[in-house]
Design a protein around this ligand. Structure first.
Ligand SMILES: [Zn+2]
Length: 399
């Protein structure tokens, strides 16, 4: 994320100020397999207790955020998926879906989990979503955040971080995307979280191939970026600054999946049915990142099964229209035209078609498109504009 550096500094300082001076407890309560005990809550006087207190604060603020998705069905659905992979930790987790266009999920030591719409939009099946949630649960179960915090402190940059503490920039910036940026996990922790997430998702009946497929798609999306600097990185903003998806992580997951059978294809259709109504809003949000190369890659992946083509072709047109590289205008026109042939096309398709056709001098087609728009969009706020355009067009063709 763009504001990351500032946020990182702010969050570091907040955490340092509140936690650095408290006592270090022994390792957090563990089971024999090295995972935390279910339902534990650390003593507030310990450093882990301090982390929890900060996480509780961040969670309280998350509930008031404008980006919090308040749809009555979506959060319970995501929570259900999280619970399937979290298994014994289900009762420890609280899920918040945020309408933010970056691929991100994170989990605080207190069990507060954020799942961003940018992730939901990029998962192609429930299995892919489940794998990412399982990855976060694995960091949680193994206390990776606490371990990272202690390492950070032992490198004794704390003094310097404390100097930054000064102002009260704080709380509102302390959402989890940022927390995870501060707590950059080690390569080993990432590999471990992948492996454990794989085991959790397969045990819950999900597709063994989903994990590698999703990581591979995200690397491809990175490579499709409009920006050379992004194209050459292992990361693509938010979660991947701390969880770089390297080829060896994918190879390891491919190895784990080899020889295992996948569940039925119906999985993808069912997942799409869950997120269908959010596609327009989430795609519009994604466009705000202004990396149209990535958006177009994302749309192609969403369109691969032939569903929702009216909506997807429309946003493809939007991406080309806004990008304005050589040839993009023709591509936009082609996409809008394709969209108009599908029953689920948004009415805006005909307005954009009219605008584009009139620009290239195809007056008759432009007229038809605008008239179709007016017929379909009886309550549109911009009717007057389209009516004015039509009037101008008709006067022009009469003179
Ligand atoms: Zn991770």
């Amino acid at each position: 994320m763009r504001r990351q550096t500032t946020l990182r500094a702010a969050v570091s300082s907040v955490l340092a100020a509140s936690i650095a001076v408290t006592a270090v407890s022994p390792a957090f309560a563990q089971r024999n397999d090295g995972q935390r005990t279910v339902g534990q809550r650390p003593d507030i006087s310990t450093d882990e207790g301090g982390l929890w207190a900060q996480s509780d604060k961040a969670e309280t603020e998350a509930r008031t955020k404008a980006e919090l998705n308040r749809d009555p069905d979506l959060t319970p659905y995501v929570r259900g998926v999280a619970c399937k992979v979290a298994a014994e930790y289900c009762g420890d987790i609280r899920v918040y879906v945020m309408d933010r266009p970056y691929f991100n999920a994170s989990m605080a030591p207190n069990g507060y989990m954020e799942v961003w719409s940018g992730l939901m939009l990029r998962a192609r099946s429930e299995s892919e979503l489940a794998f990412v949630l399982g990855h976060e649960v694995s960091h949680f179960a193994h206390g990776h955040t606490l371990a990272t915090w202690r390492t950070m402190k032992s490198r004794s940059n704390v003094g310097m971080v404390l100097m930054l503490a000064g102002g009260g920039i704080v709380g509102s910036l302390l959402y989890l995307g940022v927390m995870s940026t501060v707590f950059a996990f080690s390569r080993e922790q990432e590999m471990e979280a992948d492996r454990l997430a794989f085991e959790r998702t397969v045990k819950a009946g999900y597709d063994p191939a989903a994990a590698a497929a999703l990581w591979r798609a995200l690397r491809e999306e990175t490579a499709a970026s409009d920006f050379p600097k992004t194209r050459t990185s292992d990361t693509r903003g938010s979660i991947f600054n701390t969880h770089p998806i390297t080829p060896d992580r994918i190879a390891a997951l491919d190895g784990l999946a080899a020889g295992r059978t996948a569940p039925s294809e119906g999985e993808r259709t069912r997942y799409r049915a869950q997120i269908r109504k959010f596609l327009p809003a989430w795609l519009a949000d994604d466009m705000r990142r202004r990396d149209y190369g990535q958006t177009l890659h994302l749309i192609d992946r969403l369109a691969a099964d032939g569903e929702d083509l009216g909506v997807l072709e429309f946003y493809k047109g939007e991406a080309y229209r806004r990008r304005r590289l050589d040839g993009d205008q023709d591509k936009a026109l082609a996409a809008y035209t394709a969209a108009s042939g599908h029953a689920d096309a948004p009415v805006a398709v005909w307005r954009e078609l009219g605008d584009m056709l009139s620009k290239v001098g195809k007056t008759a087609e432009a007229r038809t498109a605008w008239e179709t728009y007016l017929a379909k969009a009886a309550d549109a706020e911009d009717r007057w504009l389209v009516e004015a355009n039509l009037k101008k067009l008709n006067e022009g063709s009469e003179s």
